[in-house]
Ligand binder design. Sequence first.
Ligand code: PMV
Length: 329
Amino acid sequence: MNQAKASAPAKVILFGEHFVVYGGPAILAAINKRISVDARILSHEEDRIIISSDIGVVGEYWHNGDFNPLEGGSKAKAILDPLYEAIIQVLPTRNKKKTGIEVSISSRVPLGIGLGSSAASCVATVAAVNSLFQKNTSRHQVCELAIESERQIHKRTSGADCYVSTFGGLIHYCSKSKDFKNIKANESLSLVVASTGIKHYTSDLVSGVRRFKDRNETLFESLAKQASEICLQAWTAIESGKGDKIGELMNENQIILQQIGVSHHKAQKIIDLCNKAGAIGAKITGAGGGGAVIALAASKMESAKIASQVKAAGYQSFEVEIDYKGLCI
Ligand code: PMV
């Protein structure tokens, strides 16, 4: 096949971020914001890979790894490197190390605020490029290669984002056992995402937490135990449709995230705004240090109210639905 397409959803982390890096559990949901990737073969002899993204960056990589930005200047490399890693993960597995490839990405996911744009683009890129060479691409294989490409950029990635983006839905993920279980929500969750507008670098925040852990071993162990207990209780609360309990557990999880130093005064301001507007629980989602907040509302009407009040206070805010499709090829 000379052309192929794939798309994958963004995500929110409802419980367990950061502790999942150390083998703890996490609960994540894929959300209805997608990244789409078009891949095509330039030629079987051509020695380069061209990657373009609709955020205004284009670059070409030669097979020896040299990079040439074609649009977007100095920021192009940092944005495109994860996608290049995703492509070269696939090529050797398909014995096509020297094939010229062009990949175009279009995204509805805000970048760098904890919604998993990097994982979703790696998943969709691996799937689209692999489909150029193989008819039936396995989701498990895509997920493993996407995690491997993320690992080239964020060494300590838990893999949680790639799992939820590949398989979709609401999942309970454990990085220690590399195992995930689908959670069947008894009631649909009315969720709102709000952005601080502050972009974060996941690997910097993960390193910060590691330093915190090294300096406070006993405290960290106790917080990790609490976070893990919260996840377990949240799983039961979601399956039995106990919204108030889920919200209460989100608030408890936020206190733990504050203690390990990944919250941010702007995130806290948004959490307060969400609570004032009637949220039953709110916390940062993802790595933190700015980024985004996730709030749970009692109904769709309530989530619309929260989103509009947070927006009126000057922050980007929108309701999200859970995406049950995951990777589409
Ligand atoms: O990159 P983000 O903001 O989507 O967060 C990733 C979640 C972490 O737990 C902080 C890191 C990981 O690898 O799970």
